[in-house]
Design a protein around this ligand. Structure first.
Ligand code: CTP
Length: 398
């Protein structure tokens, strides 16, 4: 899967450096040619001999070989690489990368590299959470570098939290996915909404729905796999994303989702509205916890804004707007009237009468109706496959 790819693996000074041997082996097994760079501290955590033996290349640490003066050209390395991976990346290296510091070979190569750069942080939970580290990560993201998020778990310090370097298998998956990404939608940007919204009753309670977000996340992944940039505005879900071309913006309420979507929509080529947005919100949510009492409690609900409708009003001729309709009766008729009301170009219909379709399932059964009255029915299939049918339709409509 990585056949013919030139990868620079930069190992910096973290205990997670021990995972670099497995990672290196996986990259090579999958066909990549790997040049390992190490920082001086990285060398203390794992022997260069191990990595040199696995990569069948000398490990590079210094700017030049002190014995014979041979120059380890960071410029040539930067040109050679199809991808640079910094794993593990310490808080120190991340900070230096974000600030253009160039005091070792990993950093000079980073500054010379014109290829995509992936960074897999590894550090203690408080170091990772610290505003300085988070700011540096944001800076690097704004340079277009990709982060492979650390996992939660037991850390070398004995503390438990987020900071463990992603497992080598996960890093391999991210890289193979990156290289597999097709170019069909390259240059296009899509907004996708997904998951449920949460409407606050008081400090601890809320109204929501059973949406898992799986359908919207699958559509976001499929768009990104075909080369699009995706901005995913997501309600609260337990899902994670594989494709690094997806920017996730987390929101809670319908009002928050509307605010984000209205700002993003003018700058995208299309939007796919798969979120299960609450139709009503609490008129006066309480800041404090409402105390238990034997009295009846009446909540006054007021309608939320219809986000899809608002985007439908803003839509230009060049933009696409695709919605979903979850129906229980008169499915096609209701879906078509929603398509017209919200100014959608196409609507994806799910019926709760179909077994295995709708909320919480990993499968879905859809029909797609477009504004030219074309109607296509699809079989029950995994949501990842359903997403392909939806994106095929989007590609045709663009
Ligand atoms: N939608 C939205 N904002 C809302 C309600 C719905 O953006 N406040 C979007 C959904 O994401 C979906 C489409 O509109 O793409 C239709 O949602 P659905 O819940 O099926 O329809 P509603 O308009 O809420 O109508 P009803 O609940 O009466 O069926």
């Amino acid at each position: 899967m990585l056949k013919g790819k030139h990868i620079i693996l930069s190992v910096t000074g973290s205990i997670a450096a021990y995972k670099a041997a497995v990672l290196l082996r996986l990259l090579i097994k999958n066909g990549a040619e790997v040049q390992v760079l190490m920082t001086a501290l990285g060398k203390q955590f794992i022997s260069p001999l191990t990595l040199a033996t696995l990569s069948k290349k000398p490990i590079l640490v210094e700017f030049f070989n002190p014995e014979n003066g041979q120059w380890n050209s960071h410029v040539d390395l930067g040109k050679w690489a199809n991808l640079m991976l910094v794993a593990p990346a310490t808080a120190n290296t991340i900070a230096k990368m974000a600030n253009g510091i160039a005091d070792n070979l990993v950093l000079t190569t980073y500054l010379s590299a014109t290829c995509p750069v992936f960074i897999a942080p590894a550090m203690d939970l408080d170091m990772y959470k610290h505003s300085a580290t988070q700011k540096n990560i944001e800076i690097l993201k704004s340079f277009g570098n990709f982060f492979i998020e650390p996992a939660e778990g037991e850390l070398a310090s004995g503390l438990i939290g987020k900071g463990r370097m992603a497992e080598p298998e996960e890093i391999l998956q991210v890289l193979t996915q990156f290289f597999q990404t097709s170019t069909e939608l390259k240059g296009k940007t899509f907004l996708v909404t997904a998951g449920p919204t949460i409407e606050k009753i008081d400090a601890v309670r809320f109204i929501s729905n059973h949406s898992s977000g799986k359908m919207g996340y699958s559509v976001a992944e499929e768009l990104a796999n075909r080369g699009a940039r995706v901005i995913l505005v997501s309600g609260q879900t337990n899902l994670s994303l594989k494709n690094s071309n997806i920017d996730r913006i987390n929101v809670l309420s319908a009002a928050e989702m509307l605010e984000k979507c209205a700002t993003i929509f003018p700058n995208v080529d299309g939007a796919i509205m798969s979120a299960a947005v609450a139709d009503y919100t609490i008129e006066n949510p309480s800041e404090k916890k409402i105390k238990h009492s034997q009295q009846h409690l009446t909540l006054t609900l007021v309608p939320t804004a219809d986000i899809a409708c608002e985007l439908g009003k803003m839509k230009t001729e060049k933009q696409l707007l695709v919605g979903f309709a979850l129906e229980t009766d008169n499915e096609i008729e209701n879906a078509f009237s929603k398509l017209k009301k919200k100014n959608f170009d196409a609507i994806i219909l799910n019926s709760l009468n179909d077994k295995g379709a709708g909320f919480q399932f990993d499968t879905n059964k859809i029909s797609i109706i477009d504004k030219n009255h074309s109607l296509e029915h699809f079989e029950l299939k995994p949501k990842t496959e359903v997403a392909k049918d939806i994106v095929n339709k989007i590609v045709k409509m663009l």
